[in-house]
Design a protein around this ligand. Sequence first.
Ligand SMILES: Cc1cc2nc3c(=O)[nH]c(=O)nc-3n(C[C@H](O)[C@H](O)[C@H](O)COP(=O)(O)OP(=O)(O)OC[C@H]3O[C@@H](n4cnc5c(N)ncnc54)[C@H](O)[C@@H]3O)c2cc1C
Length: 394
Amino acid sequence: MPEQADAIIIGAGLAGLVAAAELVDAGKKVVILEQEPEASFGGQAWWSFGGLFLIDSPEQRRMGVRDSHELARQDWMGSAEFDRAEDDWAREWAEAYLAFAAGEKRAWLREKGVSFFPVVGWAERGGYTATGHGNSVPRFHITWGTGPGILEPFVRRVREGVEQGLVELRFRHRVDRLVTKGAAVIGAAGSILAPDAAERGEASNRDVVGDFELKAGAVVVASGGIGGNHELVRENWPEWLGTPPEHMLSGVPAHVDGRMLGIAAKAKARLVNQDRMWHYVEGIENHSPCGRCTASASCPDPRACGSTRPVSACRCRCSPASTPSARSSTCARPATTTRGSCWISRSSRRSSRSRAASRTPTSPARACASCCGSASARGPRMPWRRSRRRAPTS
Ligand SMILES: Cc1cc2nc3c(=O)[nH]c(=O)nc-3n(C[C@H](O)[C@H](O)[C@H](O)COP(=O)(O)OP(=O)(O)OC[C@H]3O[C@@H](n4cnc5c(N)ncnc54)[C@H](O)[C@@H]3O)c2cc1C
């Protein structure tokens, strides 16, 4: 355990883990403070599709997509607009990120073992043209293994850091205050929360059993967004959209509570564009609520879920262990693999193969094998890899 950390990182989601991994590579000592139990290690990214923005990649070129740094820049500026005085840093950040995505990003990730599904998706399309909003060409590179796949190298590096005595992971440590000296942030203080057996993505208790205060040379706030905190969403609701809705859905776990924004502001952080939020519009009300799910965009079988997880988290929860009826939805991401994930259960579609799987008691891994072949750590079966493209017959 580091006696005096070089850096404190608040939040053990992907952002915090990437920062920690980089610091470990530089030989620095890091303390990671995370309010949730270890079960939620990795935060939202574990639930994510792992779609990554890359510009002019080999995957795009193979699909015949013509992309360039300039085109991506034009698309980005067309979406972001940067029309407010407070956008100065955002503009700088956008330029740096575009250069990263067109440059070293792919090689950096490949070096860490991240690979990509060969079909590039077209997320955030906007109006399809290069003059308006959105990506004018497909740029959504899906990480092999989706969310867990993108987390894996960073989790591994942080765990290695723990073994090397460079990283200390402090779960159930909720930061309530940033410690300041003059204009500088020199540490973080907060509450130690009671242990909780909540599973990944589930809401955990907020019972305070102690407190802490730590100091370090640098403090990194990587605490995620606000989508799980509807009150905060309402507070920041854009004026031009009128009165915020009384009832909202969440597509994110409860820990996405946005509390750190206010805490950072008290320490004189400059918050900008608070009325400009990004929420996935994928939630629908659960038509057959089990009384525990908050909503269900894609939960394959809410009856079997037995979970208080939000929409997105819900879908991978149903396993044969829950109830007999859960056999129909099986296919959690197999615990033994970081790579496989079942697209059939993710999208709630039930093919004849998954229906066949539902008739016999089976393990999640076996059920996976019967619908997408991902029982091993080799990921979903890809038949087209074996059959070479045939020449047209007519
Ligand atoms: C279903 C789904 C699909 C997605 N798909 C994609 C995709 O394909 N491509 C893409 O780019 N993005 C996607 N996203 C978004 C992406 O996953 C998130 O933007 C990203 O993972 C956020 O990472 P983060 O580290 O910033 O925040 P988080 O993952 O939210 O992590 C923040 C951590 O900070 C902790 N924390 C917060 N406050 C405190 C505090 N006061 N004290 C201590 N700890 C605190 C939280 O508990 C949490 O663990 C998706 C998200 C979801 C939910």
